[in-house]
Every structure is written in structure tokens, then in C-alpha cells.
Ligand binder design. Structure first.
Ligand code: ADP
Length: 273
């Protein structure tokens, strides 16, 4: 690839055809480049837990151990297997997103239900760190979205808030309806008391495989895919995701169009009651 057709006269048919051809070639090259980069980043990420599994196994076979020591070896191997599984799940989610062939299964539902579902999934992780998850909002905010895909986005953001915040800290998940602007938007904001995200990093954290401090992040088992998946999951549901962080603490906000039809039915029901 890389050779381009000469465009002698951009105004005639031949010139136009050559331009279109060159643009297509450029896009094809860009996709190849992205695919190559993705494959090499993914292989690199897969290698790390595999190398650790191998070395744990090899070292433990070199000498005799007590049953208790073997138990510890198996536990650390299982921890690596858990990381690998998470990574493979993330890679599958990304390739599903790239395929562009996702059939959204959209339904209308109160956002608060989804937030409670996410809390139930990550509650144990927060408990392990003695963190408190506070939820503020009510049942009135109804959105129309693919619930499973949206749950992944909220889950990844809340999971990060837990991972990157200190023991005993507080995480707030607030739901609000933003009335200015059209269409009206539902906002889920996840605020933590973690280290915060420097301004220069804020534009990069949604990129694939991007970690601010790869050493620290890797300790938490992250490959830098969580926010890339969250961004895709929100955008495919017509929403946006943004981060606000100044100094300590971060606030991630997800904005989604409100399902006004359902909301007004709920309001009518409330009025009638
Ligand atoms: P990872 O899987 O490494 O957590 P993400 O894509 O979810 O990857 O996040 C990208 C990076 O952004 C993380 O490596 C981390 O450095 C930073 N980050 C994400 N969420 C937070 C947060 N709530 N507080 C501080 N840093 C965060």
C-alpha cells in the first residue's frame, strides 16, 4: 500500500475518482494500523499474567513445600487466572464494539434500578476496602437504553472509583435530571475521594490501553480498557461521558437522553395519585 493515484485535475471525473480512491486507501491504511496496534497491545497485556502464572508454577516446582505453601501458590495462580479472564472479557467487549454489528436491545427503565444493580455487583469490593457507597436519586429518572451495555459503563466507572480510592473513603453515585438543553438529559455522577486525575491526563484516560501510572494500575489488575469500553457503551446509547477532577478526587459523569414519554406517564400517575 501507500502509493497514491496522481490527481491531475481535481475538477474532472478522473481527478474526482482518484481522490475518492486515495481517501479509501488512507482509511484502509488507518484501520490496518489500528488493528496492528490493537493486536500488539493486546498480546503484550496477555503476556504479563501468563508470564507470572508460568513463573509461579516453575518456582513452586523447584523445591518441596508444605500443603499450606502449596495452597498459597494455588491462590496466587487463581488470582492471575482471574486477571486473565477479566482481560479476555474486556478484549471481547472491545472487539464486539469494533464489529459494529451490535443489535441494541433498548428498553425503558429507571436509572436508579441500574445503579442499585451495579452497587450489588461491586459492593463486596467496596466492603473489602471499608468504603461506603452512597446513592442519591429517585425512581423518576427513566432512560431508554440497552440496559446490559449501559450497566457495563456504570460498572467500570464505579469499579475504578473503588480501585483507585483509599480504604475507608466514600463514593457517591448521584442521579439528576438536567433540565436545560434539549433533549433533556439524565446525569449519573460518580464522585470519589481518590488521588484525582491530572488535567493533562484527562483526555487520554478514555483511550484503549491507557493507564496513568501503569505500575500502580497493573497492581489493581487493569489493562487500561475499562474507560474505553465505558465510553463506547455510553456513546452507543446516545450519551456522553466526561471527567472532572481538580486536585484530589474525581467525578465521572454520564449523560443520557431522558425517556420523556415514560417520565410523563410516571408524572401523570403521580398527579393522579
Ligand atoms: P484500568 O483498567 O487500568 O483501570 P481504565 O481505562 O478504567 O483502566 O482507566 C484508565 C486510567 O485512568 C487508569 O489506569 C487510572 O490511572 C485512571 N483512573 C480511572 N479512574 C480513576 C479514578 N476514579 N481515580 C483515579 N484514577 C483513575
Amino acid at each position: 500500500l501507500s502509493e497514491r493515484l496522481p490527481v491531475h485535475n481535481p475538477k474532472d471525473d478522473l481527478g474526482h475518482a482518484a481522490r475518492v480512491f486515495n481517501e479509501l486507501l488512507q482509511r484502509l491504511e488507518d484501520s490496518f494500523r489500528q488493528l496492528k496496534r490493537f493486536t500488539s497491545d493486546a498480546s503484550h497485556e496477555l503476556r504479563t499474567p501468563l508470564a507470572s502464572l508460568r513463573s509461579i508454577g516453575e518456582v513452586s516446582l523447584q523445591t518441596q513445600h508444605s500443603p499450606e505453601e502449596y495452597r498459597e501458590v494455588i491462590a496466587s495462580m487463581l488470582e492471575e487466572v482471574r486477571r486473565l479472564t477479566q482481560l479476555v472479557d474486556s478484549l471481547l467487549a472491545i472487539s464486539r464494539a469494533d464489529s459494529g454489528q451490535i443489535q441494541l436491545k433498548t428498553i425503558s427503565f429507571p436509572l436508579l434500578d441500574l445503579v442499585h444493580e451495579v452497587e450489588a455487583l461491586v459492593g463486596i469490593l467496596a466492603e473489602d476496602k471499608h468504603q461506603t457507597i452512597r446513592i442519591a436519586g429517585n425512581e423518576d429518572i427513566v432512560v431508554h437504553a440497552d440496559r446490559g451495555i449501559l450497566r457495563q459503563a456504570v460498572l467500570n466507572v464505579v469499579d475504578n472509583a473503588i480501585k483507585y480510592s483509599p480504604e475507608g473513603s466514600e463514593i457517591t453515585i448521584a442521579l439528576e435530571a438536567e433540565s436545560q438543553g434539549s433533549p433533556e438529559r439524565a446525569v449519573i455522577s460518580v464522585t470519589d475521594q481518590g488521588p484525582g486525575i491530572p488535567e493533562t491526563e484527562q483526555t487520554h484516560i478514555f483511550d484503549r490501553f491507557y493507564r496513568i501510572d501503569s505500575g500502580r494500575s497493573r497492581d489493581h489488575g487493569g489493562a487500561g480498557l475499562g474507560l474505553a469500553i465505558a465510553k463506547w457503551a455510553v456513546e452507543v446509547n446516545d450519551g456522553t461521558i466526561a471527567v472532572f477532577s481538580e486536585g484530589a478526587g474525581s467525578c465521572f459523569s454520564i449523560r443520557l437522553p431522558i425517556d420523556r414519554q415514560i417520565a410523563s406517564v410516571a408524572e401523570q400517575a403521580q398527579l393522579a395519585a
